[in-house]
Every structure is written in C-alpha cells, then in structure tokens.
Design a protein around this ligand. Structure first.
Ligand code: NAD
Length: 256
C-alpha cells in the first residue's frame, strides 16, 4: 500500500519540489498552501505521477484549520506516514522598524504551526509505530543575519522543537529531523530582494551577490531537487536511527 506524506506549503518552491520527488516514489500526497492556483498545481503533480492526493487551503495561522487538514488526510488515506513542516514566510527590517504583525505571523507560520501539525499527526504515527517528521528549518536555524529577527528566532526555535520531538518519538518509531538549507531560488527569496536592498542600502544585484551568495562557500543557490532528495533519505525506512538532527544543506555556510 502506498505511503502518505503531508507537506505544508507544497504548492510553491521547496515544498512543491519535495512533493514531486515523493510523488515519483508513488506516495499519496496531502498538499497545502495559500497559492490561489494551488488546487491546479496539486492536480498537475497528481496527474503527472498518477498518485492520489488531497489539497487543503488551510491557513497555518489557524490551529482549527490545521486540525481539519490533518483529519481530512487521515480520513482519506488512513494515516500520515511522513510529515514535512515546510511552509514559511520571511520579512526583513531593522528591529526598530520591524512591524509587530510581521513578528507574530512569522512565529505563527514558521514555528507554532509545526507544533500544531505535529501534535495532530502524532496519534496516527504512534498507533502504527512509524513516523517521519521533517522540519524545513534554515541555515538561519543555526546562524543569524541582521534584520531577520523574527525569522532567525523562529528557525532556531524549530531546531529546538526538532530535538525534543526526536527524543519523544524515539521509543515510538517516530523520527524528527530538520533540514537547514542555505539560499534557494524560490518566491520567498525573490520577494525579500527589495526589502534587503532597502535595509542594506544596496542595489538588488548587490543583494544577490553580497548578501545571498556571499554566505555560501560554494557560490551557487541550493537546488530544490537536492532538498527533496535529502527529505526522501530522511523519510526512508533505513533512516530510523537518525533523529533530532539539524542537517545543513547550505553550500558550506555554517562551516564558517
Ligand atoms: P515559498 O514562498 O516558495 O513557499 C512557501 C509556501 O508556504 C507556499 O506554498 C505558501 O503558500 C505557504 N504558506 C505561507 N504561509 C502560509 C500559511 N499561513 N498557511 C499555509 N501555507 C502557507 O518559499 P520556499 O523558499 O519554498 O520556503 C519553504 C520553506 O523553506 C520555508 O520554511 C522557508 O523558511 C525555508 N527556507 C527557504 C530558503 C530559501 O532560500 N528559499 C532557505 C532556507 C529555508
């Protein structure tokens, strides 16, 4: 029987790349995301790889909507074998100009939602003595950059959450690991270029060269496909003794 994966924020960027890689392995996929054409994107992946899927527009800032999304996935597929807490948002500004509402939203989506989704799938994983939880943290879960107070706080929090859930899941056959990517060329990165340019008083071209790729020892963006393959590895049966780690996939950023 096909395994099921639930991926938050899977109708764009890294989440969509992970969805395609798992679809290629025949997984059922519970998609989620706020893209207005999300249902269409999910359907395209399902058609291409001939898999079963659900799509939820659940806003991860609403715990009730999260519980509904997880209940639907379990009702449709019988269980959730793999959970990827991937959805995330970003905002870049100096602390004295950082809007309170942006702080609250970033903590809610990038950190608190992972708690709610994990709590909601836990019973299903525990019952079947199998689960793989993968949190898409960031190199910013291990290192800081100026003007990203909320994002860095949330991602460091997500790494701490990963370690705790790794320990709690160990006796239950459930692993929990974080992937910590460097810069990946997705809409999340594209939309912060003008904010970074303003905060650093640079041109947009300088932002790419001096802010993004400057941090990478290998001067390239991280391919989405590499993150998807890393997730597949952590989700494999063989990876049952890897838990509680924060794995950099960051072009050498955190080696420095
Ligand atoms: P993206 O903007 O392409 O995708 C984010 C997804 O999250 C979208 O599907 C969006 O609809 C969804 N989302 C956002 N807010 C939501 C909400 N309230 N409810 C439901 N869904 C919501 O971004 P991405 O670059 O693919 O980012 C994915 C993850 O990877 C994020 O957690 C991000 O912090 C992390 N990350 C990205 C990079 C990078 O350079 N792009 C680097 C490190 C970590």
């Amino acid at each position: 029987m096909a395994k099921t994966i639930l991926i938050t924020g899977s109708t764009s960027g890294i989440g969509l790349g992970i969805a395609k890689a798992f679809a290629a392995q025949g997984y059922n996929i519970a998609f989620n995301g706020l893209e207005p054409n999300g249902a269409e994107i999910a359907q395209q992946v399902a058609d291409e790889f001939k898999i079963k899927h659900t799509f939820s527009l659940a806003n991860l800032m609403q715990p009730e909507a999260i519980r509904g999304m997880v209940a639907d996935a379990i009702k449709t597929f019988g269980a959730v074998d793999v959970l990827v807490n991937n959805a995330g948002i970003q905002y870049v500004a100096p602390i004295d100009e950082f809007p309170e509402a942006k702080w609250d939203a970033i903590i809610a989506v990038n950190l608190t939602a992972a708690f709610h989704v994990t709590k909601a799938v836990w019973g299903s994983m525990k019952e079947r003595k199998f689960g793989r939880i993968i949190n898409i943290a960031s190199a910013h879960g291990l290192r800081a950059s100026e003007f990203k107070s909320a994002y860095v706080a949330a991602k460091h929090g997500l790494v701490g959450f990963t370690k705790t859930i790794g320990l709690e899941g160990a006796p239950l056959g459930i692993t929990c690991n974080a992937i910590c990517p460097g810069y990946v060329d997705t809409p999340l990165v594209e939309q912060q270029i003008p904010q970074q340019a303003k905060a650093h008083n640079m041109t947009e071209k300088e932002v790419v060269e001096k802010i993004f790729l400057e941090r990478h020892a290998v001067k390239e963006f991280i391919p989405v496909e590499l993150l998807a393959q890393t997730a597949l590895f952590l989700a494999s049966d063989l990876a049952g003794t890897i838990t509680g780690i924060a794995m950099p996939v960051d072009a050498g950023w955190t080696a420095q």
